[in-house]
Design a binder for this molecule. Structure first.
Ligand code: 5GP
Length: 345
């Protein structure tokens, strides 16, 4: 008989953060920097733990140049060639502190990753990204990569449940990417019926990871700075953003004029658009699990960064957290039926 888990599971839209008494005078006093030492690589991280997603529109070298100035992190997409990496590393070595090289779990991907890491020894992070982190093959792949690169910090995912977070950490990953289906251009839930409400996934996966001294990334589903604050409040060590970073000068693609408005294309990494671009189309046996959308052109990502970091600092002052590190300890979520007024749209 199929089992039904009747426990309530929540998304960002289902909660708000309860304000708490605070001795902070101003949001300028809030420290968003975090320091982590990773379980398996033993490496130390310092920075503001917000990550540009390894999508080919957002995980770009241009994004990394701006993000690294703020100590923000960029998971560079896996489609850059070795030559492009070498040029980036030679021109902007200061950016390499806060970037990851990405790979899928195929043999060709792994070979390319090895060549990049060999050519650019300053890269300290690897992002192993597959749509379904539950496969045995992926677990074996994480072990293989850990064996080849004992000192690199490995991000791996995506999963949404504690037991799989534990398995990937015990297989050599340091930071687990959490999220199946919440993404802005993801259609997994529609095409497959599979998923897990993101806030609950983060709460449960953070608990499992932290028990093993591992870390997690909340990946997908953040539509506004408040959602990022909720992800950190739920226990995420890092928060990864795709859609919120789309449409900027630093996002890949041309600005298009459409009915007098400027737009840029943004698409899922398993959308028709991405599959046509990289593998010549969607294979017979699979459905595309990503959408292609036109997002309004938003100019320089600096403005969006200011908005995000300003929002986060403000969240911390509302709940009395002098540091981002304290945010989850100061978090009480309240369930709500409405997020904000709809009066003006
Ligand atoms: P967003 O911040 O846009 O809500 O979510 C970004 C995340 O969506 C990415 O980091 C990645 O995990 C996920 N994603 C990106 N492209 C696709 C896709 O084509 N299909 C699915 N299922 N997820 C995607």
């Amino acid at each position: 008989m199929p089992r039904v888990d009747a426990d309530l599971k929540l998304d960002f839209k289902d909660v708000l953060l309860r304000p708490k008494r605070s001795s902070l005078r101003s949001r300028s006093e809030v420290d968003l920097q975090r320091t982590f030492t990773f379980r398996n690589s033993k490496q130390t991280y310092n920075g503001i733990p917000v990550i540009a997603a390894n999508m080919d529109t957002t995980g770009t070298f241009e994004m990394a140049r701006v993000f690294s100035k703020h100590t923000l992190f960029t998971a560079l997409h896996k489609h850059y060639s070795l030559e492009e990496w070498k040029k980036f590393a030679a021109d902007f070595p200061e950016c390499l502190e806060h970037v990851a090289a990405s790979s899928g779990s195929g043999q060709a991907d792994l070979e390319k990753l090895c060549r990049i890491l060999e050519a650019v020894p300053l890269i300290k992070y690897i992002c192993l990204d597959v749509a379904n982190g539950y496969s045995e093959h992926f677990v074996e792949f994480v072990k293989t990569v850990r064996g080849k690169f004992p000192n690199h910090t490995i991000m791996a995912g995506n999963v949404v449940t504690g037991e799989m977070v534990e398995e990937l950490i015990l297989s050599g990953a340091d930071i687990i990417k959490v999220g199946i289906g919440p993404g802005s251009v993801c259609t997994t839930r529609i095409k497959t019926g599979v998923g897990y409400p993101q806030l609950s996934a983060v709460i449960e996966c953070a608990d499992s990871a932290h028990g093993l001294k591992g870390h997690i990334i909340s990946d997908g589903g953040c539509c506004c700075p408040g959602d990022i604050a909720k992800a950190f409040g739920a226990g995420a060590d890092f928060v990864m953003l795709g859609g919120m970073l789309a449409g900027h000068d630093q996002s890949a693609g041309e600005v298009i004029e459409k009915n007098g408005k400027k737009v840029k294309l943004f698409y899922g990494m398993s959308s028709d658009t991405a599959m046509k671009k990289y593998v010549g189309g969607v294979a017979e046996y699979r459905a595309s699990e990503g959408r292609t959308v036109e997002v309004p052109y938003k100019g320089d990502v600096e403005d969006t960064i200011r908005d995000i970091l300003g929002g986060l600092r403000s969240t911390c002052t509302y709940v009395g957290a002098a540091k981002l590190k304290e945010l989850s300890r100061r978090t009480t979520f309240i369930r709500v039926t409405q997020q904000s007024s709809h009066m003006f749209g």
